[in-house]
Design a protein around this ligand. Structure first.
Ligand code: B16
Ligand code: MG
Length: 219
């Protein structure tokens, strides 16, 4: 039986991808990498420094910067991003997700956050959702990011539940791989045909409810 939910944050609870995109776009301009929708999509669920590496590589600049310069670029991006997330309010919760989170807690499910973002605590606070979650995995303490299972395994430990009793919610391919490898039930939210590896598939956050999940689990 399912007793808990481990949530990705960006793309599942709120659309911070557009804010990451705004901030990374400035970095791409600085280093001379053309900004494309594909590049933006490929950064979802990927850590800050790995994202920077991908932006550099996309423009053929993989070897043009020292580690120190890369850290400065990543810091600059994060400062811009932190200004943008100050504007987030409960109105920025993706459709249906606030109700789903409140319903799940009211029904006795245990909730945790498995986000690659070091800014997750600030974002949850601004959305007014902190109190619904038992805990947030600190991505700074992980030895490997998504698609490695570590982050979702740790999200299960936070809930004190076995992996088999957890549904992991994700919008990225790397995240679905992580959930599946952890032995949890993966729930993917993406356009039809995207995230084929998700055990349960939804095309929009507004469709995710305890009832629709129960129906898909029994199919
Ligand atoms: P930060 P998620 C991820 O969050 C984002 O999808 C990804 O684009 C971002 O680079 C990463 O967090 C790190 O974020 O720079 O705030 O530490 O989807 O795993 O919730
Ligand atoms: Mg995500």
């Amino acid at each position: 039986d399912i007793k808990g939910f481990a949530f990705d944050l960006d793309g599942v609870i709120t659309d911070t991808a557009r804010l990451h995109g705004q901030a990374w776009r400035q970095t791409a301009d600085t280093v001379g990498t053309p900004w494309t929708a594909e590049l933006a999509e490929s950064l979802k669920g990927i850590s800050r420094l790995e994202s920077l590496e991908m932006i550099l590589a996309a423009g053929g600049h993989a070897n043009d910067y020292t580690e120190r310069e890369k850290e400065a670029l990543a810091d600059e991006k994060n400062k811009a991003y932190q200004e943008l997330i100050k504007t987030l309010t409960p109105a920025d919760i993706l459709p249906g997700m606030g109700d789903f989170i409140r319903d799940a807690v009211a029904q006795g499910y245990r909730l945790s956050i498995a986000s690659a973002s070091k800014n997750a605590p600030a974002i949850l606070n601004n959305l007014g959702l902190t109190k619904y979650f038992i805990g947030i995995v600190d991505p700074a303490t992980l030895s490997a990011g998504k698609p490695d299972p570590e982050i979702f395994v740790r999200a299960a430990a936070v809930l004190d539940l076995p992996n088999e009793q957890i549904i992991g919610l994700e919008d990225s391919a790397a995240g679905i791989k992580s959930i599946n490898a952890a032995g949890q039930t993966s729930l993917g939210i993406a356009a039809a045909g995207v995230l084929p590896e998700a055990k349960l598939h939804f095309t929009a956050t507004s469709q995710v409810t305890l009832a629709t999940i129960a129906t898909k689990m029994n199919q």
